[in-house]
Design a protein around this ligand. Sequence first.
Ligand code: GAR
Length: 197
Amino acid sequence: MTGRVAILISGGGSNMLALVDSMTGDHPARPVLVAANDPRAGGLTKAAHRGIPTAAVDHRPFKGDRAGFEAALSEHLDAAAPDILCLAGFMRVLTPEFVARWSGRILNIHPSLLPKYKGLHTHARALEAGDTHHGCTVHEVTPALDDGPILGQARLAIAPGDTSETLAARVLTLEHRLYPAVLRRFAAGDRSRIDLD
Ligand code: GAR
């Protein structure tokens, strides 16, 4: 597969940078676009500094018109013609129609060991539940939120003094290892699951 990769972000974009920085040398994919739903997303500047084309489509003027927002976003995606879409800290829920259009070609990273803790506040929820382990998941995106075939997980042991902040930081470090590892395989046509410790 010749992998043209578009990355969707909402914030700082550390996962986006990990993906971009991994796509060098014999990697089967290259980044062609970084797009955000917030024009102030810090990741946009970081991507531009690396010479990646960027786009911002502010979701707020669409006021809940998700299809309208996605139509505007799709103009940028169509121009960049990616083969793979990576959601990397992209905090908008996509419509089933958008997901269907990219079926089998969208990946997401989520900060929990799915199927545990879909949605928000995953670190606090793992602590509240008294879990011994926590981590992150890369999965294919299907219409249901934080669902879809799991392509990789990375786990860590929760330490006695962990807070949601310390856990978030340690899980983020794992995310930066896991997502590039999954993307490299996925772009080469390999959907087998990866487990990192
Ligand atoms: C990451 O922890 C990612 O897993 C999470 O947002 C953070 C983005 O950080 N994504 C979600 O919660 C999606 N539901 P980043 O902008 O530094 O990559």
